[in-house]
Design a protein around this ligand. Structure first.
Ligand code: ZN
Length: 169
């Protein structure tokens, strides 16, 4: 262990803690070396617990921060809730895509146009159909539902996605 002369601050390294006082070789000052205290296992446990809790709080804070950043970058999201089919009078069946547009931010936003993208089994885009949701403005935390019928017949469509139309396009 280490001990420091409390007068001239010379550092000494000790292999064993002497029972009596030690004398500084530099300045002649004497002092008593304190034995290192045995750690109380309960205190060690509490310290470890506190460190763990701090780590959890930190990771929650990081998660929250990430979520805030993600919402700031994408305040408006569109999601599909249901895909049904509709058969017209000439017997052609098409998919009807329903979902919602959500404003996750704390400010009012204009609703962007939506694009329904249909893919075939190979992942190629069959059609991109643009449409506007019924609402033009979305208040903070509000959502607007949409429902849109695809133009392409059901047979070709393997996958459907809804995208927000990029602003300024
Ligand atoms: Zn000294």
């Amino acid at each position: 262990m280490k001990t420091v002369c409390n007068f001239c601050k010379t550092e000494y390294s000790l292999d064993v803690v002497p029972n009596g006082p030690v004398k500084c070789a530099v300045c002649g000052n004497t002092w008593t070396v304190q034995r290192p205290q045995r750690r109380n296992p309960i205190l060690v446990f509490i310290a470890a617990l506190c460190a763990l809790l701090a780590a959890i709080v930190f990771s929650v804070a990081v998660l929250y921060q990430n979520r805030v950043k993600e919402i700031r970058e994408n305040p408006i999201v569109a999601e599909i809730s249901e895909v049904t089919t509709d058969t017209d009078e000439v017997g052609v069946t098409r998919f009807v895509v329903s979902g919602r547009v959500v404003n996750r931010s704390e400010q009012i936003y204009g609703v962007p146009g939506l694009v329904v993208v249909s893919y075939d089994a190979d992942g190629n885009i069959i059609a991109r159909q643009r449409f506007m949701p019924s609402a033009t403005l979305l208040d903070a935390g509000n959502e607007v539902k949409f429902s849109h019928k695809l133009s392409v017949p059901i047979a070709n469509v393997e996958k459907i996605a809804v995208e927000l139309e990029e602003q300024g396009k």
